[in-house]
Design a protein around this ligand. Structure first.
Ligand code: HSE
Length: 395
């Protein structure tokens, strides 16, 4: 009964008539599991502290797991599936770490393990990928997958704030947690891109196999250089099919042209682009976090389970072999580099760079856009050079 859990309860209470229409009969929340005291709530009689009450009640056919983490959430999810109950979750850590096992178990037990809310909050994205885009060979998925960091970057870009100031204000507004590590270091977006890659490409992408870079090192100076050329800096999760049996998945800040719709996804919103060989590019935008938007997706999964209890075979993927996931350093792109190196050193290392001039730049500093090269090549060319920042440019 935390942020998302109380939202799920509210959606079922407020939209009971709409949900009954969708299902064909009334759907009732029978229990809420929480150890805390909610005795003042009008539905206090629904609260239980013993999970086995839910596990052993044959009338319960679907359970929302909205606890977070992979401790109790993992254990309870497994026990629900083993007891023949479908589980719907918003818990991206659980899905990214244990999704392969849990979807396989659900299938074996003939029940559903659904997790639309785990990526993009209230945005319909996983079902569209697995159903509406099922006829496509997907080549890439890319997007703003974390509302907290997008809010912080938006404040830095629009209001000229430093990272520290924008983070502090995000915490005061309740967007960022007291310990913001998972968001600002890109771990949350990393879990989400793993789930997207699992579903888009059909094989398991372990979180341990991807690289994640967050937003803590982005400075107002970087943002100014990007702005001078018509770009914004956004934190992107990207997964790209790089061969018949290989994918690259990673999280990193990128320069994106202001003409790209993803660059205009601001504040706590999320935006995701999926490229398929038949559809071309499909874009999905909306609220990526928050109690009711996330609950909207959890409740829809629950409605689906009640309406059609047969296993959702479309939501699942296969184990991957060693080497299936490759690092982003072999991807070729243009780069923005900010350096304190002298002009001659830059000229001897690079050809055809485009220098960026901003009035506020210190005289001994240069920023430029390179030609296409891999991260490995950029590292080799800048070896021994004082590199203050380097960002990929998204084409
Ligand atoms: N911390 C996450 C975000 C919550 O800011 O996007 C939603 O997954």
């Amino acid at each position: 009964h935390g942020t998302v859990g109380s939202g799920v309860y509210d959606v079922f209470a407020q939209n009971a008539a709409q949900i009954a229409k969708a299902v064909g009969e009334e759907v009732e929340v029978k229990y809420v599991l929480d150890l805390r005291d909610f005795s003042k709530l009008s539905y206090a009689d629904k609260f239980v502290t013993d999970f086995s009450v839910i596990e052993n009640d044959p009338e319960v056919c679907v359970v929302a797991e909205v606890m977070g983490g992979v401790g109790a959430a993992y254990e309870f999810t497994k026990r629900c599936l083993l007891a023949g109950k479908s589980v719907c979750t918003s818990n991206k850590e659980l899905v990214a770490e244990k999704g392969l096992e849990l979807t396989t178990l659900a299938r074996r037990k003939g029940v559903n393990f659904l997790f639309e809310a785990s990526v993009g909050g209230g945005i319909p994205i996983l079902r569209p990928i697995c159903q509406c885009l099922a006829a496509n060979e997907i080549s890439s998925v890319c997007g703003i997958l974390n509302g907290t960091t997008n809010y912080i970057l938006t404040e830095m870009i629009q209001m000229g704030k430093s990272f520290e100031q924008a983070l502090r204000e995000a915490q005061e507004k309740g967007y960022a947690e007291a310990d913001p590590t998972a968001d600002v270091e890109g771990l949350d977006a990393g879990r989400k891109i793993c789930i997207l890659a699992d579903l888009c490409f059909g094989k398991n992408v372990p979180t341990s196999a991807i690289t994640t870079e967050g937003i803590t090192k982005i400075t107002p100076a970087d943002i100014e250089y990007a702005r001078a050329l018509g770009y914004k800096i956004k934190l992107l999760g990207r997964a790209i099919r790089t061969g018949p049996n290989s994918v690259t998945a990673f999280v990193a800040p990128h320069l994106i042209s202001k003409a790209n719709p993803i660059a205009n996804v601001d504040g706590v919103m999320n935006g995701i682009s999926v490229k398929g060989d038949a559809v071309g590019e499909a874009m999905f935008f909306g609220p990526g976090a928050g109690a009711l938007p996330t609950a909207s997706a959890v409740a829809a999964d629950m409605i689906d389970c009640v309406r059609d209890p047969a296993t959702r075979v479309y939501l699942g993927w296969w184990p991957s072999e060693e080497g299936y996931v490759t690092g982003p350093d072999k991807l070729s792109c243009r780069w923005m580099v900010r350096t304190g190196a002298p002009l001659e050193r830059i000229a001897s290392a690079f050809s055809g760079v485009r220098f960026i001039s901003v009035p506020s730049a210190p005289p001994e500093e240069y920023a430029f856009i390179t030609q296409y090269m891999t991260g490995e090549e950029l590292s080799a060319r800048t070896e021994g050079m004082q590199v203050l920042a380097r960002y990929r440019v998204l084409d």
